[in-house]
Design a protein around this ligand. Structure first.
Ligand code: ISJ
Length: 322
């Protein structure tokens, strides 16, 4: 049952004034929880939304074609000087993620020197798979980009890295019957490090933030409100989404509640910093101790009113507020 329009949740947010921000939206089921409520609260009208694949949105944010949006974590780290992270919102997992996978027709120990097909839509899962294979398993496959579907990727290579809806399909519908094993990258990282893994963060361009700080804070709070609306309506959303996806509503609910983790708190930041520490260097395009800038959600006036020392300018080690 859809709520009548007059029962739409009360917005409760401030007005978007001035520039209509250009905001990215990952066109995978994984981002539905963050965008569902934007429509329900009317926020959608206030944003110039661009729906696309993660790698294209990452490039658009870096190129200044978007002001705010999701960005694959490796691209964020490579451009951390130009960007500010939105706190408490991300696409990650604290265990199995279900949709960032290594599929292999061979035992992982036998992947040394053999072709491994990597989806062009991913920048981070591909890098994470490379790290896990080299440092945990001790093999170095020959990485090749591919824009094909998982079955075609595996017809030309013994293993593949896939993400998003195609990965969900491959793990839920193909595993066991299609001759490959599924290795969940979120689960492997969690077992290895004890930390959550963040695949994509939400960031604003620093040059945009400089002239539009209140606006960025407003968009940030709208995203948080959107996620709340999604959680309130999750059964209804999953039932509706299941009409168009190949997955039933309980599977989608499990994906959203037990696999994906949409928060970005201290443990997630620790996971992000640990990933940077392990892959950072000249080749990666960012230093292992890259500085992470987190949006200061308390405007200076509120901080002054709260009294001295109420809000520190620094977050956890290596994280600064902007
Ligand atoms: C959980 C996911 O997270 C993503 C993984 C990304 C990557 O590997 O580069 C980028 C954005 C997110 O969509 C997914 O795609 O399934």
């Amino acid at each position: 049952m859809t709520a009548p329009i007059d029962q739409l949740p009360v917005d409760g947010a401030g007005p978007i004034v001035g520039t209509r921000p250009r905001v990215g939206h990952i066109d995978f089921l994984n981002c539905l929880p963050l965008f569902w409520g934007l429509a329900r609260t009317g926020s959608l009208l206030d944003l110039d939304l661009r729906r696309d694949t993660p790698e294209r949105l990452s490039d658009a944010l870096v190129a200044g074609e978007l002001d705010i949006g999701p960005i694959s974590v490796t691209e964020y780290l490579r451009n951390a000087d130009e960007l500010v992270l939105l706190p408490d919102i991300a696409v990650g997992a604290d265990g199995p993620v279900m949709s960032c996978l290594l599929l292999s027709t061979l035992p992982l120990e036998r992947l040394d020197g053999v072709p491994l097909a990597c989806t062009t839509t991913s920048r981070t899962s591909v890098r994470l798979a490379e790290l896990l294979l080299s440092d945990l398993v001790g093999v170095r496959p020959e990485y090749r980009s591919s824009s094909a579907d998982p079955a075609t990727m595996l017809s030309g290579a013994p293993a593949a890295v896939v993400i998003g809806d195609a990965a969900l399909r491959a793990s839920l519908l193909g595993a066991g019957t299609a001759g490959y094993e599924v290795y969940d990258l979120g689960e492997m990282w969690r077992k290895w490090t004890g930390l959550p893994f963040v695949f994509a963060v939400f960031a604003a361009r620093r040059d945009f933030l400089a002239g539009n700080a209140d606006l960025v804070r407003e968009v940030h709070s709208r995203f948080l409100a959107s996620r709340e609306v999604f959680l309130d309506e999750i059964d209804d959303v999953c039932r509706r989404a299941a009409r168009w996806a190949e997955f039933d509503a309980p599977t989608l609910k499990r994906y959203y509640l037990s696999a994906l983790d949409f928060s970005l708190g201290e443990r997630h930041l620790a996971g992000l910093r640990e990933f940077a520490r392990r892959v950072g260097g000249a080749e990666a395009g960012f230093p292992p101790d890259v500085t992470i800038r987190l949006l200061d959600t308390d405007p200076p006036d509120a901080r002054r009113m709260a009294g001295p020392g109420a809000v520190s300018g620094r977050g956890p080690a290596g994280v600064v507020r902007s």
